[in-house]
Design a protein around this ligand. Structure first.
Ligand SMILES: [Zn+2]
Length: 238
């Protein structure tokens, strides 16, 4: 906590506020700030110390680009090193609002804004949200979320594919996903180890293979659909 004008101000960051058991609250609105200020600075130091050494920072799994090893990183880290192969893993987030022509390799998230485009390069990331243009090959360890209209030229691999209502997308390469939810218009050759869910406004054209299929009233599918009953999730996509 910070003190401004004698009042405690909670910081925007997600640092845990630690209660101090058995001790009176440090900042009381009715007390003046000045006499507490030096003490507070000290307390804050302790709080910071505790956050680092006793707090449990949120972690998330990351899979290594180089060897495929999955390991955990602290959520707000900017980079990491694979404990297995020693490879460098960027965890930087990108927000693309112009024409982007460089390869992206991160396990952070990438957001292509309406005014942005990624064309002719490969994208590896965790979550990828597309509101602009994407003509690239994609590998997402998280969710690929499509909100725009357009063609996706390269092959796509993602844990989860979501095509939102109003989106129109044509995948020209193959799409491999863990699970898929479609509420827009999609042309694709889609292989899904888990479930394909077609929501009310979905229109899926093309060959689709999935472990299971859920079709809501109103959804349309044109083309071949193959439901492959898998003994486990580990279906090899042919
Ligand atoms: Zn590795």
């Amino acid at each position: 906590m910070d003190i401004r004008d004698g009042k405690p101000v909670i910081r925007a960051e997600h640092a845990t506020r630690l209660a101090s058991p058995g001790k009176p609250p440090l900042q009381h609105p009715s007390t003046g700030g000045s006499e507490y200020a030096p003490k507070l600075a000290k307390r804050e130091g302790i709080g910071f110390f505790r956050r680092i050494f006793q707090g449990e920072p949120e972690k998330r799994p990351v899979n290594c680009f180089h060897c495929g090893n999955v390991f955990e990183v602290v959520c707000d880290a900017q980079s990491s090193q694979c404990p297995k192969c020693g490879g460098y893993i960027s965890l930087q987030d990108y927000e693309v609002d112009t024409d982007w022509r460089r390869r992206i390799q991160t396990r952070g998230d990438v957001m292509i804004l309406k005014t942005g485009s990624i064309i002719g390069v490969s994208v590896q990331c965790h979550d990828l949200t597309v509101a602009g243009k994407l003509a690239a090959s994609v590998e997402c360890s998280g969710t690929l979320r499509i909100r725009s209209h357009g063609k996706i030229v390269g092959n796509v691999t993602c844990r989860e594919l979501r095509v939102e209502r109003g989106a129109v997308v044509e995948f020209q390469g193959e799409v491999h996903a863990g699970s898929t939810t479609i509420d827009g218009n999609v042309k694709a050759q889609l292989t899904c180890t888990g479930t394909i869910t077609l929501e009310k406004k979905a229109h899926l054209q093309g060959l689709a293979r999935a472990g299971a299929l859920v079709v809501k009233a109103g959804a349309k599918h044109t083309g071949m659909m193959e439901v492959v009953k898998a003994p486990s999730d580990a279906v090899e996509a042919v």
